[in-house]
Design a protein around this ligand. Structure first.
Ligand code: PEP
Ligand code: MN
Length: 263
């Protein structure tokens, strides 16, 4: 079902008027985690003013250590809904536990499936029955084929509103957090009609290099970018080292517009 052979034209997700896929490059921006009302609203107002159409922010966080900040849970979802109300941005947030699916779907506009959950097949099956678009992130060690098959689960169970996200894979390289596999962008675009989003933040994991990889993602043909932006990255409870401050995001948005217009 995900194949271009089955459906030739690009799938465009229409999220209450905001689109993902098709001609324009959609920008999803915001903090790694929802931390507080002040933090989230400052981020949301900032990225909205600079041209983002979607707000990202994790309420249920997949942290490597159980002792790290795990997210605000439902309280975080409520803050995301508040930010949407104020800014009009559509909300993208991660769901990890199938038991949280209903509450996440109640508040979010797009459900993000994190890299670590890409092959959580019970979760993928249940997403099939949810009336919300899904942003499916590539697992850190998943092949392009495995990503496509994970998406196939969601479509096969009834939900055709799926976008794929390249967020870097694990390689032998240790200078960067992951290796952003830009090969995946044109390869996916040729194999599937689903929109392809690039996550340069997790892809490289270093704030100073995020803009270069974001530009490269757009040049490679991505339909969207998902970028971690924090009003005060040095105070972030997660992924501050790879989060852009608003002035850096402003500069990047200018560059993205130029590149998007050229490809
Ligand atoms: C995130 O988007 O903050 C995140 C946890 O991403 P990933 O699942 O790609 O690691
Ligand atoms: Mn993160």
């Amino acid at each position: 079902l995900v194949s271009r052979e089955v459906k030739e034209e690009d799938t465009v997700l229409d999220v209450g008027g905001a689109t993902l896929g098709g001609r324009a490059v959609a920008v999803i921006a915001g903090p790694c985690s929802v931390e507080s009302k002040e933090q989230l609203l400052e981020a949301a107002r900032g990225v909205k003013a600079l041209g983002a159409t979607f707000l990202r922010g994790g309420a249920f966080k997949p942290r490597t250590s159980p002792y790290e900040f795990q997210g605000l849970g439902e309280q975080g979802l409520k803050l995301l809904a508040l930010a949407r109300e104020e800014t009009g941005l559509k909300v993208v947030t991660e769901v990890m536990d199938p038991d949280d699916l209903a509450v996440c779907a109640e508040y979010a506009d797009v459900l993000q499936i994190g890299a670590r959950s890409m092959q959580n097949f019970p979760l993928l099956r249940r997403l099939g029955a949810v009336k919300r678009p899904v942003l499916l992130k590539r697992g850190p060690s998943a092949t392009i084929k495995e990503l496509l098959m994970a998406a196939e689960y969601i479509l096969a169970h009834g939900n055709y509103q799926v976008a794929l996200c390249e967020r870097g894979i694990r390689t032998f390289e240790t200078m960067t957090r992951n290796t952003l596999d830009l090969n995946a962008v044109p390869v996916l675009k040729s194999l599937t009609h689903l929109p392809v989003v690039v996550d340069p933040s997790h892809g490289i994991g270093l704030r100073q290099h995020v803009p270069a990889m974001a530009r490269a993602g757009v040049a490679a043909g991505a339909d969207g970018l998902i970028i971690e932006v924090h009003p005060h990255p040095e105070q972030a409870l997660s992924d501050g080292h790879q989060s852009l401050a608003l002035p850096e995001f402003a500069e990047l948005m200018k560059q993205v517009r130029v590149i998007a217009g050229a490809v």
